[in-house]
Design a protein around this ligand. Structure first.
Ligand code: GLU
Length: 427
């Protein structure tokens, strides 16, 4: 393991540390009898570390470290994505799993929370090696996943193809076709229409609603985006369609800026074909220093990359009125305080990016019934769930004069801890 691990005394500013302090902040707003159970949320239910050995194309044997963490099963099977990233750690996966618990409860899906990861850089391996890693990892975590137990899905650097391999491997091992074991699958294998765009769509829907309540007109609103993958690119495209002007985009290849607005369709086409699969070098924009991204003049900031991006120093510079957290865990707790003091409204990850897992839930339900819905039905139900959840959270925030993040935790933790209390302790 790459670092010493403690549930209760995490590394400062780590993702797990961020999560623990977010839980601490909600305690005063929970009903008295529920706080008795709060410690449950501060440790994962179970965490599995697996060795993933594969034969590389050159004949060598390489070992990769993989994880699957189930943070909570109180409200249903565990649910959450799998990320492939060279820096992923067990502690990070613990935090990501815990955020899934909060997220599924915030939108009231009948799930707990989980997350998985493999320490690998998918850019540096071949498609065949990627398939072998995925299959061996799935087999290794097969002891704890399953359609009724824990259902993986895509996350950073994983997609429908990876889900197809996971579904096939699990199915081979159990000797049947287990389409409900993962979500985010290709449509041919029981995937859901609308799933690919769902997270970005949810970011857009919650963002549009938050902007309306702030009196910020999307028509002409300036947007800066960090991360142009599945979440960032879809949310940006929808914001641009609603009349917003995208002035800056940052990704792993660099930062680009155009105060007059970037043409998103051309940028998407460029990213697909550029050597590095990123925004750097896009002709219709100026390159910009990565750190200067944080004080770009804009109305809406959309972090849609990795955790821990909005630090205190960056929070002091941000010019936006509205932050839409497409990424999981992009803001550290002290930066949250700075943004609150500066009256920057943050729509937190655990509601803002919940659209993905919501359509994952639709996919899982469709797989069980083998009856598939139209894209229109999916989108309508998704929009309704996101709007209702946000409005409930907004009321909670108004009632207690707290941030939307603490309000989301209050709504979610009440549901989780109530379920936990009702089930009681075993034995
Ligand atoms: N990885 C996505 C997330 O962070 C989706 C998880 C899922 O669909 O289960 O919410």
């Amino acid at each position: 393991m790459s670092e010493a691990l403690s549930y209760v005394n995490p590394q400062p500013a780590s993702a797990w540390g961020t999560y623990l302090s977010q839980v601490d902040r909600v305690v005063p707003y929970l009903g008295g009898s529920l706080t008795r159970w709060i410690e449950t949320l501060k440790r994962p239910k179970r965490a599995l570390i697996v060795d993933v050995p594969i034969e590389m194309d050159n004949g060598c044997i390489a070992h990769f470290e993989g994880y699957r963490v189930q943070h909570s099963l109180s409200r249903g099977p565990a649910k959450g994505g799998v990320r492939f990233h060279p820096n992923v750690t067990l502690e990070e996966v613990m935090a990501l799993a815990a955020w899934m618990t909060i997220k599924t409860a915030a939108v009231n899906l009948p799930y707990g929370g989980a997350k998985g990861g493999i320490r690998v850089d998918p850019q540096k391996i071949s498609a065949k090696e990627l398939e072998r890693i995925t299959r061996r990892y799935t087999s290794e975590i097969g002891v704890i996943i399953g359609p009724q137990r824990d259902i993986p899905a895509p996350d950073v650097n994983t997609n429908a193809q990876v889900m197809a391999w996971m579904m096939d491997t699990y199915s081979m091992n159990v000797g049947g076709t287990a389409s409900g074991v993962v979500t985010g699958k290709p449509i041919d294998l029981g995937g859901s229409l609308g799933r690919v765009n769902a997270t970005g769509r949810g970011v857009f829907v919650t963002g549009r609603e938050a902007a309306r309540r702030l009196g910020l007109n999307l028509q002409g609103a300036r947007v800066a985006v960090q991360g142009f993958g599945n979440v960032g690119s879809v949310a940006t495209r929808l914001l641009a369609q609603a009349g917003a002007i995208v002035v800056a985009v940052q990704d792993h290849t660099g930062t680009i800026h155009n105060a007059k607005g970037l043409d998103i369709a051309s940028l998407l086409a460029y990213v697909r074909t550029s050597d590095q699969h990123g925004v750097a070098g896009f002709a219709q924009a100026e390159p910009m220093d990565n750190e200067d991204f944080w004080d770009v003049v804009c109305d809406i900031l959309l972090p849609a990359a990795l955790e821990g991006q909005i630090t205190v120093a960056r929070a002091q510079k941000i010019r936006a009125r509205l932050v839409l957290e497409g990424a999981n865990g992009p803001t550290v707790p002290e930066a949250d305080d700075v943004l609150q003091q500066r009256k920057v409204l943050v729509v937190p990850d655990v509601i803002c990016n919940a659209g993905g897992v919501t359509v994952s839930y639709f996919e899982w339900v469709q797989d069980f019934s083998s009856f598939f819905w139209t894209e229109n039905e999916i989108n309508q139900r998704l929009d309704q769930i996101m709007m209702n959840a946000l409005s409930q959270i907004w009321n909670k925030a108004d009632q207690h004069k707290i941030t939307l993040r603490t309000a989301t935790y209050a709504v979610a933790c009440e549901r989780i801890l109530r379920a936990h209390a009702e089930r009681g302790l075993y034995p």
